[in-house]
Design a binder for this molecule. Structure first.
Ligand SMILES: Cc1ncc(COP(=O)(O)O)c(C=O)c1O
Length: 442
């Protein structure tokens, strides 16, 4: 039978395919900026390239203020400080650990709420249940560039007098209701880390339409300095360097091309996966802008271990898929020790964490590569499906054609009772061999 998908190279890909391989813009343009930096001797401290990058991002996102920072973790901390948050802030557990750590590091307790398993974003009802007298804010995450349920979260925040802000680390270039993410809630924080859709090596930006908040955050980003040898607040060093901004300016010129590449890869994955059993591909809204930076699957066939079996098969062939963001922050230190039973309140998170798999995309991947990656997944899942079907087929009566070998058949004494695992394994193996022979495989 002809293969459904193009075959991956027999021994796997000759180079590793990473999730989050950096997208790198025009090298000559970058070198031009480097020349400019060395000529001007402006390396940091709000130099012209940082200012230009902030301006261009503000125009692109349609937001009043962009505060470029050295990374999103510090950006989240500055936003939380500027919003005067204390006590507890509600966050999803299903996110990168930085979302929770950013808060814990400044003495705020991250309280984990559950996600909607369909969207992987915060479930507003779970947020509501997590509110206590100590709650001061809600930090939503636009996971995979998919907007959190902004209006519902805003309603919860308004009802309880909480500050709502967003971890938009994944969401540069995504929109909600036709409006670019960046000006929702009190503030939003983007990551421009090397693995992100748009990078400045390391870096990030806090965005807001609030003039006072923006001024406060600019001060906090620079030690609280307001004039020479003077400070007017507590601050930290979270400044973006000129070399980072240079990378950003170069990469900004090509983000539409990167979206096109990511979208073509995503469509190739979608089309090929449509024929693979028990795999769901998370689908961004077709009406909204999205960066298609994350190809996110849920792998589930009712029997345990499917996701990890697929992951193993991919890794063996140099496809470095990831289990982002399993097992969830609540199962990682120090949060696990603080509340070992949190999982009972987070069924959606636990469910998704057991199924999720993220595949490589970006400029290092092509649609052909995507189809070859799916062929590996297809082989695992189709075999699992065949095994399940065969295990469910009742044994033919003794003496009829097509019976399993006598040695593997349950004894008359056990007929009608459940076969032992060893018996099932032996039956399954012999049937798989027969099926493979029928398919012309070995
Ligand atoms: C959801 C999320 N939040 C926050 C961060 C932290 O970003 P940064 O590495 O820029 O500090 C990341 C980064 O990987 C992330 O994925």
């Amino acid at each position: 039978m002809a293969p459904v998908h193009p075959q991956p190279p027999a021994d796997g890909f000759d180079r590793p395919l990473f999730v989050g391989a950096p997208n790198i813009g025009d090298r000559a343009a970058f070198d031009g900026y480097v020349e400019q930096i060395f000529t001007s001797h402006r390396l940091s401290n709000g130099g012209p390239l940082v200012l230009e990058l902030e301006q261009r991002i503000a125009e692109r996102l349609g937001v009043r203020h962009v505060v470029a920072v050295s990374n999103a973790t510090l950006g989240l901390q500055i936003a939380a400080k500027a919003l005067n948050l204390t006590g507890e802030v509600i966050v999803p557990s299903f996110t990168f650990i930085a979302t929770a750590n950013a808060l814990a590091w400044i003495g705020i307790r991250p309280v984990f709420a559950d996600i909607d398993p369909l969207t992987h974003c915060l479930d507003p009802a779970s947020v509501r249940r997590a509110i206590t007298p100590a709650t001061s804010g809600v930090l939503g995450v636009h996971l995979w560039g998919r907007p959190a349920p902004i209006e519902q979260l805003q309603q919860v925040a308004d009802e309880h007098g909480l500050s709502l802000f967003f971890d938009a680390a994944h969401a540069f270039g995504a929109s909600h209701g036709g409006r670019m993410l960046g000006s929702f809630g009190r503030a939003e924080v983007f990551s421009f880390h090397a693995t992100k859709f748009f990078n400045t090596f390391e870096g990030g930006a806090i965005t807001t339409d609030d003039d006072d908040l923006a001024e406060l955050m600019r001060g906090m980003r620079n030690f609280g300095i307001c004039a020479e040898d003077q400070t007017n607040m507590l601050g930290v060093n979270a400044k973006m360097s000129e070399i980072g901004a240079a990378m950003g300016l170069v990469n900004l010129n090509m983000i539409d091309d990167v979206v096109a590449v990511n979208r073509a890869n995503w469509q190739a994955y979608r089309d090929a996966l449509a024929r693979v059993p028990d795999v769901r591909l998370l689908t961004p809204s077709a009406e909204e802008a999205n960066n298609y930076q994350y190809v996110v699957l849920e792998i589930e066939d009712g029997a345990p271990g499917a996701r990890d079996q697929v992951l193993h098969a991919l890794r063996e062939r140099n496809v470095m898929a990831r289990k982002y963001f399993a097992p969830g922050c609540h199962r990682m230190s120090p949060y696990l020790e603080q509340d070992p039973d949190a999982g009972h309140r987070l069924p959606g998170t636990e469910e998704v964490a057991a199924r999720v798999l993220v595949l490589p995309t970006g400029t290092a991947v092509t649609p052909d590569v995507a189809r070859a990656v799916v062929a590996i997944i297809d082989r695992v899942m189709t075999t699992r499906e065949s095994d399940r079907r065969l295990a469910a087929v009742p044994e033919p009566a003794p003496g009829t054609a097509g019976r399993a070998s006598a040695g593997t058949r349950p004894s008359p004494a056990s007929a009608g009772s459940r076969p032992t695992p060893a018996t099932v394994a032996a039956m399954t193996a012999s049937r798989r061999t027969a099926l493979a022979a029928a398919r012309g495989e070995r």
